[in-house]
Design a protein around this ligand. Structure first.
Ligand code: FUL
Length: 746
């Protein structure tokens, strides 16, 4: 049976609602919410859950799969994540801005919708809002005639990409914030965005909110905001402090193994859970209640619900550590393989990915981000270009006329296989046209019928034996499974449990290009180091270089562990027998310049790369979490470096990070002393910190001392911790961290 186009779909819904079902559960109608009656049996509740379906706007949004966030604004120029209300906005001047470049880069990478931070928490508006002076028209940008919301929405429309807006409810600049007038101000701004820029497909309300410039908190009139959006842009989904789209619960890019789109609601009042607001905006409004839990919608979770609502997950994550562009994160852009892993764990776990790609100060998506996005696209295209299940024969335990298993492979998500009513176990054997090696399976339920499958597994025929090679719980709109290579021409999906008759609209069998792993994955060493390189594709050939150049099939062929005696950057590619190529990947190995003895202990949570971190020639970035810093919690850094022989020493330095927001402070002083024998030390310098410690902006600072060419073999570096966070700090009295990296001796 074919599912009709969206308008037919609505007619079909009306017919279903008008009809009385012939099943035991005569009251069960399809819709995007359902009320649970006190006398509903557990079975009736499950049947109701299995018939909750997405609204048209939900479904259109879910099909996008890949959506992008664009964080851009005054923060880009201030180099901060959260700006302040008093920022000087004349700095805003992206001299080379080209929003068409943003759109083409993201479109080429497969993204279908772009959401712009029209206003972030600092209150600066990227459009000429009539309701505040704190906007783009009051800057030098395009002589005050700029409107990035307009330019970007037009650029999206031109190439057929959808457009959405992020409007931060929290506003650190607006004077009315914290009073009822702010709700009027906010709806005025919302009206501008929703009426002047054509179709808006998503409105994103952030959960982060705090005090305004006057120290007051705001009581948001969520219902008024939602009603306005429904009136002005009925096709837009409202995320994540909103009724349509749920925050997945982390900003890591990884969804849940078991991801239900049907969740328990707390209200039985149909007005509250109906179209305009599936959730109740009560105290603390949408502070995610249990959105971080592992299980949100299992049988156990829905048994005591008052209602059930379609509330699917969106997975937001940034391509860089920060949401806004910071030059010092250029080396921390997520790799193509990391982005692909995120894709498998977001889109492939029944979610929509919202990947943030922040333009830089020029007003362009940076070359580093472009390279990663291109690699990401290559990996997905190479993987999904051939579905080995195409033209497969099937043997089914059960199917109904019009919904046969052949529809699994027709690349039409609206046709599907299903069984007779009330069947909750089934199996389909798939006979491919020939034997294939594969490592990825894609499954889709027809969610227009409801999300139903609770447990499944896959077997493959190995000679005469069926062996299980992968399994899962929920499927939903899309489920991607990865596993070590399997070779066969026959697999079988066994649906172990379904809430009611299962549906499947697609099944794909794929082979991803080879992926290389280093062991260890970079790091430092004292004398020599052995590096093992492996590949997930059997019999793939691995080629490498040691000088940072990109290898090809003429480079050195890997045939066993590489023994390093000096620092090296190993770059590899793998080529499989069927000529699929990996992307080049590198790891940096650094030979330590000196040996080091620890008098105090670093914290196990932040060991850097271990005991050679401070002398390995690799510097920590502005990001405390880059794996290069060594962290000391509440205690001093006290280490002795052995130069190996007595030497003339002209200068000694050591480097520290200040990231006050993360409880990391510069040392109050760093004391350097020198010794010939490792016992009797002579003080050569004490450098006191003179940098302010109350800034939100992270800072890397080197503490240096000139030693007037004193000679010595051992150098002691003692960085004094301030001990506890100072009284003005949010963590006053708690242990302060020191983050230290490279010690240099000249
Ligand atoms: C958070 C915000 O505070 C971040 O700055 C960013 O906008 C992210 C998407 O949401 O809550």
């Amino acid at each position: 049976m074919k599912i009709q186009s969206p308008s037919n779909y609505i007619i079909k819904m009306l017919l279903i609602i008008a009809a009385v079902s012939a099943s035991n559960f005569s009251q069960i109608l399809k819709g995007n919410y359902v009320v649970i009656n006190p006398d509903d049996s557990p079975e009736q509740i499950i049947e109701k859950a299995a018939n909750v379906i997405p609204s048209t706007r939900h479904y259109e949004w879910q099909k996008l799969e890949l959506t992008a966030f664009i964080h851009f604004g005054i923060n880009t120029f201030d180099n901060v994540e959260w700006g302040k209300h008093s920022t000087d906005i004349s700095k805003f001047n992206p001299a080379e801005i080209n929003v068409k470049q943003w759109v083409s880069v993201l479109k080429d990478a497969g993204f279908k919708l772009l959401i712009l931070t029209a206003k972030h928490h600092d209150g600066f508006c990227l459009w000429p809002s009539k309701f505040t002076d704190y906007n783009i028209s009051k800057t030098l940008f395009q002589n005050g005639n700029g409107d990035i919301v307009k330019d970007l929405s037009n650029a999206c429309r031109e190439v057929g990409i959808k457009f959405g807006v992020y409007l931060s409810p929290w506003d650190l600049h607006e004077k009315t914030y914290g009073t009822p007038e702010y709700n009027i101000h906010f709806t005025n701004q919302l009206t501008e965005l929703l009426t002047k820029y054509g179709e808006i497909s998503e409105v994103w309300f952030d959960g982060a909110n705090g005090e305004g410039p006057n120290g007051k908190k705001q009581e948001y009139d969520w219902q008024a905001y939602y009603q306005l959006i429904r009136k002005l842009q009925p096709g837009a989904v409202i995320a994540v402090m909103g009724p349509d789209v749920r925050w997945v619960g982390t900003e890591s890019g990884y969804g849940r193994q078991t991801e239900w789109s049907v969740l328990p609601g707390t209200s039985t009042n149909q007005n509250e859970i109906a179209e305009s607001s599936q959730q109740q905006a009560g105290d603390g409004a949408f502070i995610p209640r249990n959105l971080m839990d592992e299980d949100l919608g299992s049988r156990e979770k829905i048994q005591n619900a008052k209602s059930l609502v379609w509330y699917p997950a969106e997975i937001d994550v940034s391509i860089r550590p920060g949401w806004f562009y910071h030059q010092n994160e250029d080396e921390l852009v997520k790799s193509p393989y990391k982005l692909a892993d995120i894709y498998y764990n977001a889109v492939g776990m029944n979610g929509v990915l919202l990947l943030n790609v922040p333009p830089d100060k020029r007003g362009l998506i940076n070359e580093k981000d472009i390279k990663s996005l291109q690699g990401f696209r290559y990996l997905l295209d190479e993987t999904f270009k051939e579905n080995f299940a195409k033209n497969a024969k099937t043997i089914v335990s059960n199917e109904i006329v019009g919904n046969e298993a052949k529809y699994l492979f027709d690349e039409d998500v609206q046709t599907f296989w299903t069984t007779d009513k009330n069947v909750n176990k089934a199996a389909i054997e798939i006979q491919m046209t020939k034997g294939r090696t594969f490592n990825c399976i894609m499954l889709q339920e027809n969610i227009l019928e409801g999300q139903r499958i609770e447990k499944f597994h896959f077997d493959y025929l190995d000679g005469q034996l069926w062996r299980t090679f992968t399994k899962g719980t929920t499927i939903g709109y899309k489920r991607l499974l990865r596993f070590p290579d399997v070779y066969t021409d026959r697999i079988k999906i066994i649906i172990d449990q379904s809430r009611t008759n299962p549906t499947l609209s697609s099944l794909g069998i794929y082979k991803a290009p080879p992926e290389i792993t280093f062991e260890p994955n970079g790091g430092s060493f004292k004398d020599t180091m052995k590096v093992k390189i492996s590949c997930d594709t059997k019999r793939a050939k691995i080629y490498y270089t040691l000088d940072g150049s990109t290898p090809d099939e003429k480079s050195t062929l890997y045939n066993g562990e590489i023994l390093l005696t000096s620092s090296a950057k190993i770059t590899t590619i793998a080529v499989s027998l069927d000529k699929k190529k990996s992307l080049p990947v590198s790891a940096v190995f650094s030979k330590a310049k000196y040996s080091i003895d620890y008098k105090t202990k670093y914290d196990d949570k932040y060991p850097g790369s271990g005991n050679l971190t401070l002398v390995d020639g690799i510097n920590g970035s502005i990001n405390f979490n880059d794996g290069k810093w060594q962290g000391y919690n509440g205690n001093d850094v006290d280490v002795v470096i052995d130069l190996g022989a007595i030497k003339q020493i002209g200068k000694i330095s050591s480097t520290y990070l200040s990231d006050v927001n993360s409880f990391i402070f510069l040392p109050q002083s760093v004391i350097y002393s020198i010794s010939d024998n490792g016992k009797d030390f002579v003080l050569v310098g004490e450098i006191k910190n003179d940098s302010p410690q109350n800034e939100n902006t992270p800072l890397v600072k080197s503490f240096e001392t000139e030693t007037k060419n004193i000679s010595g073999r051992y150098i002691r570096v003692n960085a004094k911790n301030i001990g506890v966070c100072p009284a003005w700090h949010k963590g006053a009295g708690e242990k302060a961290w020191i983050f230290v990296d490279e010690i240099n001796v000249q």
